[in-house]
Design a protein around this ligand. Sequence first.
Ligand SMILES: Nc1ncnc2c1ncn2[C@@H]1O[C@H](COP(=O)(O)OP(=O)(O)OP(=O)(O)O)[C@@H](O)[C@H]1O
Ligand SMILES: [Mg+2]
Length: 297
Amino acid sequence: MSDNKTPQKTTDLHIGTPAPGCKKKDPILVADNIKKSFGGLTAVDVAHLEIPKNAITALIGPNGAGKTTLFNLLTGFDTPDTGEWHLMGNSLAGVPSFKVAKMGQVRTFQLTKALGLLTVLDNMKLGAKDQGGESIFKALLPGTWRKQDDEIGEKAMELLKRFKLDAKKDDFAASLSGGQRKLLEMARALMTDPTLVMLDEPMAGVNPALTQSLLDHVLDLKAQGMTVLFVEHDMHMVRHIADWVVVMAEGQVVAEGPADTVMKEQAVIDAYLGAHQDTDLGVVTGRIDIIDEGGAK
Ligand SMILES: Nc1ncnc2c1ncn2[C@@H]1O[C@H](COP(=O)(O)OP(=O)(O)OP(=O)(O)O)[C@@H](O)[C@H]1O
Ligand SMILES: [Mg+2]
C-alpha cells in the first residue's frame, strides 16, 4: 500500500538518549515540575517534559494515569499545585484557557464539548479568535463588526468543507454522530490558527467509517506546519501516526521515545501495553503503510 501519500515519520527529534524528560532539538512546549493532587491522590507529577515542534506526539498510559489532567493543566482549564510551562518561550502559568487558545495552543475534549443546541456553523463561529462583537468600542462600529463576522463565517465554511461537514452547517450539533462531533471539535479548534493542537482521545467512539478521515486530518495538521499532541488508547493509531510517544503512569512520565522503539520497552509493556497491544484498528486507512502487523491490512 506504499504510495506517495504515505506519511513520513519525523525523526531525530531529541537530544541524547530517549528517556523521560529528555531534551528536544526544537521544543514548542516545555513544562517543569507540574504537580496536581486531588485530595490525597497525586494525579500529575511531571518533572520535565518537552514536546517537539511540527511533529505528532502521542501521550499514552493506562486509565487514570493523569493524561487528561495534564491536558487540563497545560491549557488553563485547571490550575496545578506547582509548576511552570512555556509555549515557544511564553509562560502559560496562570493564563486562562481562552488566552492560551489565543496564544496558539488549543485542545479538544475526551468527551466532546460541541454545543448541541447550536448549529454546526455557530459552533464554529464560537471558536473564532477575536470576536469583534465582544468589544464595546467595535460594537459601536457595526460595519467593522459585520466585516469580521463575514470573515469568520467564510473561514468557518472553508473548514467545514475540509472536514466534510458543510452540508450540515445548519443542523444542530446534537444531531451529529459521535465521530462527526469529534471532527467538528477539531475543525472548531482550527478557527484560531493554532500552532499546537492537543487532542484528547480523538478516536474514542468514532465509527470506523470516519477513522481514516480523522487520521488524515491529524496528519494534515502536521503537513500544514502545526504541532500535534494527542492522547490515545488506540495503539494502531499511535504506531502509525506518532513521531514521538510519551508514556505516563500514575501521574509521571515513565518513558518516551520514537513510536517504534518506545512501545517495545519493558516498562511500557508493564505499565500499559500488556492488555492493549493486540488491539486492532480494524480499518484500512488507505494512507498509512501497515508494517509488521501480521496481515492487519
Ligand atoms: N476533578 C477531579 N477530582 C478528583 N479526582 C480527579 C479529578 N480529575 C481527575 N481525577 C483523578 O486523577 C487521576 C487522573 O485522571 P485523568 O482523567 O487525568 O486520567 P487519564 O490518564 O486521562 O485517564 P483515561 O485514559 O481514563 O482518560 C484519576 O485517578 C482520576 O480519578
Ligand atoms: Mg483522559
